[in-house]
Design a protein around this ligand. Structure first.
Ligand SMILES: *Cc1c(COP(=O)(O)O)cnc(C)c1O
Length: 397
């Protein structure tokens, strides 16, 4: 019986997978033989890696490793239960206090991933009778949070504050109005017009939540993000972020008033019904945040590496879409071409996978190039040469 059922299920899945293949949209996993770093080992070969979110190289920083190892000795591998049962330990409490200081809020709470932080905050703060205003390019986790909240959702055109204002004015009767935006857009590297969003939110008495996934560690004098860079602590109600990108570990966080954090703890399903982050990961994240604050030169190096790459890739004839961050979207357009470019690069020692729909809109397949602070000038010069040759190959095909 089981046999028959499995064959039937596979039969129904096969055509869909074949369609993905045909449209050059099938995705596959590529295991590394090494940890993450400026170079990684793929199929036994060392290649230059230009696609991680470990922007500052903190996942392998000696102080982070030491903090993690110590925490493993003291707390073992897992939290043991959900945070509200017996799954809260000293590293969680310390990390949450550190995050509140870092983000200059009354309080903060950590969830097992940034994905869960976005889904959780939207579901905890809004429901039927409320309206969420969401940028059209917001991350999938924000879209899923909108759905789970059961609030009405108004999607405004990308970074279009006039459109946002119009939608706010026609929803003036809603119980609660919450604007949510990424501050640095993950796939485009452009920035939300935060000052303008704050102004329009004040006019219509709306609250603001921002997702600083790609800004934390990268923007601001202490690396706290775009809210810090623009000094908007008093105007932004909720700062969401992840411990999985520049912080180099895993986890998500929400920082805000004590009332916001207590509401999350009491009603966010993605916080309540899931096991707490392993204490060792909380310890790793806390050590990494300390380094983000203490070593601003890492940020300087990241930005310098990004400018170098941007300048030379444009000189080689590539189109990089408007970016204002170290995320460099090399626009290709067609999915099949983006894959063949990516394969040519890998063959010659540079790893940057193609980003295709549905992660990005149809017709905008790209290579999302992200350097690390720890890439050397020689790594980048080699990468530029490989990109330049690949461009010529692509054109003479
Ligand atoms: C990666 C990402 C997330 C999810 O964070 P994880 O910690 O990886 O789950 C949320 N928002 C944005 C904008 C992201 O890029």
């Amino acid at each position: 019986m089981g046999e028959t059922l499995r064959a039937t299920l596979d039969d129904t899945l096969g055509p869909t997978l074949a369609e993905l293949d045909k449209a050059a949209l099938r995705r596959r996993l590529r295991p590394l033989d090494s940890g993450i770093g400026p170079r990684v080992t793929v199929d036994g070969r060392s290649v230059i890696q230009l696609c991680s979110n470990d922007y500052l190289g903190l996942s392998s920083h000696p102080l982070v490793k030491e903090a993690t190892t110590n925490a493993v000795s003291n707390y073992g591998s897992g939290a043991g239960s959900a945070r509200l049962i017996v799954g809260t330990s000293l590293p969680h409490v310390q990390l949450e206090a550190r995050l509140a200081t870092f983000k200059r809020t009354e309080a903060a709470v950590v969830l097992p991933s940034g994905y869960q932080a976005n889904v959780g905050i939207l579901q905890a703060l809004t429901g039927p009778g409320d309206v969420i205003f969401s940028d059209e390019l917001n991350h999938a986790s924000i879209i899923d949070g909108c759905r789970l909240s059961r609030a009405a959702v108004e999607v405004y055109r990308h970074r279009d504050v006039n459109h946002l204002g119009t939608l706010l004015s026609v929803n003036a009767g809603a119980r609660r109005r919450l604007i949510i935006t990424e501050t640095v857009f993950a796939m485009d590297g452009d920035l939300a017009p935060l000052n303008e969003i704050v102004a329009v939110a004040k006019r219509y008495n709306a609250s603001i939540a921002v997702d600083e996934a790609h800004a934390t560690g990268v923007f601001g004098a202490t690396g706290a993000g775009l809210v810090e860079k623009y000094e908007l602590w008093d105007s932004i109600d909720v700062q969401i972020g992840t411990l999985s990108k520049a912080v180099g570990a895993l986890g998500g966080f929400i920082a805000g008033s004590q009332a916001v954090i207590d509401t999350v703890i009491n009603s966010a399903r993605t916080f309540i019904f899931t096991t707490g982050l392993p204490p060792m990961v909380a310890a790793a994240a806390q050590a990494a945040i300390q380094i983000i604050v203490d070593e601003p030169t890492r940020r300087t190096k990241l930005w310098r590496n990004a400018s170098f790459l941007q300048e030379h890739l444009v000189a080689a004839g590539y189109t990089i879409t408007e970016t204002a961050s170290p995320i460099l979207p090399v626009l290709v357009g067609d999915s099949a071409t983006s894959i063949s470019l990516s394969e040519t690069l890998l063959k010659n020692g540079v790893l940057v996978p193609a980003i295709r729909p549905p992660t990005v809109p149809p017709g905008t397949a790209r290579l999302r190039v992200t350097p690390m602070a720890t890439h050397t000038k020689s790594d980048l010069t080699t990468a530029v040469k490989v990109f330049t040759d690949a461009k010529q190959q692509l054109e003479t095909r």
